[in-house]
Design a protein around this ligand. Structure first.
Ligand code: PBG
Length: 321
């Protein structure tokens, strides 16, 4: 076996998996203001940016060949209510950010999360009544949210809320609003994971969250259930699929890819990013090496692309070697 590994050129000849900048999607956090830049303590190297700076930083991603960004808002706590109505305000922070990014970088794909948690005073992805997450009432709000995002110019709506039936309803709402070209990337297999902790800091929803998300996000013990979720979402009109979290769930990516042969993305989530950064800061791991190895593992597992906070770092390394 070692003959095929004897030199760099020989290894390159037999390499089965390759990663390029096309595989990388960069999630970004936007906040109000002008020339504002705030570090996210639990995610070293990640910042919340005001729209003007976001537009500049997305320009760097364009130059690196990254195909798309996913925009997440840090919402003023004063705007959070139990109805989460700010989610479908056409002038909300996300919609303004999308308009600005698309105006400056028309060839950059823009993805918007569809879920109520950044706007909900209780931190949940759905509308809560007497401690219960209401499914159909939430879907109505999600449809309105998806439509304002589409009208602001987003290219892909990415429902991350895990309500039942929302893909079909959002597809119908987009079509009715004349937005038939907007793609839907369904977070089809999204698990109730503790790896989202740093993200909830970044968008400011962690402190607000009452209870957990186990009645809508999946049980980490299950894989057959992921296939049923995906089958339903494809039938309802999902164009693209998402598995989340990433690294601890590579088996789910592989099963979905093999079963459905549909574009499948993985989210290398905030906790996964924070782990590598923390170990590197202690001098315990070589960051660039473990980061690139992790991203390649997603490709090997069958992912067509990876949402990762390391997208720009990885794209730079792919350029310079
Ligand atoms: C919200 C949402 C979450 C993430 C993306 N969209 C958090 C959650 O479900 O609580 C997590 C991303 C990350 O951890 O990097 N619906």
């Amino acid at each position: 076996m070692r003959r095929n590994r004897k030199t760099e050129w020989a290894r390159r000849m037999v390499r089965e998996t390759r990663m390029t900048a096309d595989d990388l999607i960069w999630p970004v956090f936007v906040l109000e203001g002008d020339k504002e830049r705030q570090a996210v303590a639990s995610m070293p190297g990640v910042e919340r940016l005001s729209i003007d700076l976001l537009v500049d930083e997305v320009g760097v991603a364009v130059d690196l060949g990254i195909p798309a960004v996913a925009v997440f808002p840090y919402t003023d706590p004063a705007l959070k209510t139990p109805e989460a109505a700010e989610a479908y305000n056409p002038e909300n922070l996300v919609c303004r950010a999308v308009r600005a990014v698309k105006a400056a970088h028309p060839n950059m794909g823009v993805i918007c999360d569809v879920a109520l948690d950044p706007y909900n005073s209780n931190g949940h992805d759905g509308i809560v009544q007497d401690g219960v997450i209401l499914n159909d009432e939430t879907n109505e709000a999600l449809c309105r949210q998806a439509v304002v995002q589409a009208e602001a110019g987003c290219d892909i709506n990415a429902p991350s809320d895990m309500m039942d039936g929302r893909i079909g309803e959002i597809r119908q709402a987009l079509d009715n609003a004349g937005q038939q070209d907007v793609q839907i990337m369904s977070y089809a297999a999204k698990y109730a994971s503790a790896f989202y902790g740093p993200f909830r800091d970044a968008v400011g929803s962690g402190g607000a969250l009452k209870g957990d998300k186990k009645t809508y996000q999946m049980d980490p013990a299950n894989t057959d259930e992921a296939l049923r979720e995906v089958a339903l979402d494809i039938a309802e009109g999902a164009d693209l699929l998402m598995v989340k979290p990433g690294l601890p769930y590579l088996d789910i990516i592989r099963r979905i890819k093999d079963s459905f042969a549909t574009p499948t993305f993985a989210y290398n989530v905030s906790g996964e990013y924070a782990m590598l950064k923390a170990a590197a800061a202690n001098g315990w791991l070589d960051y660039d090496s473990v980061m690139m190895e992790s991203l390649l593992a997603f490709k090997r597992a069958g992912a067509d692309g990876i949402f990762t906070y390391a997208a720009r770092e990885a794209a730079k390394l792919l350029k310079t070697g």
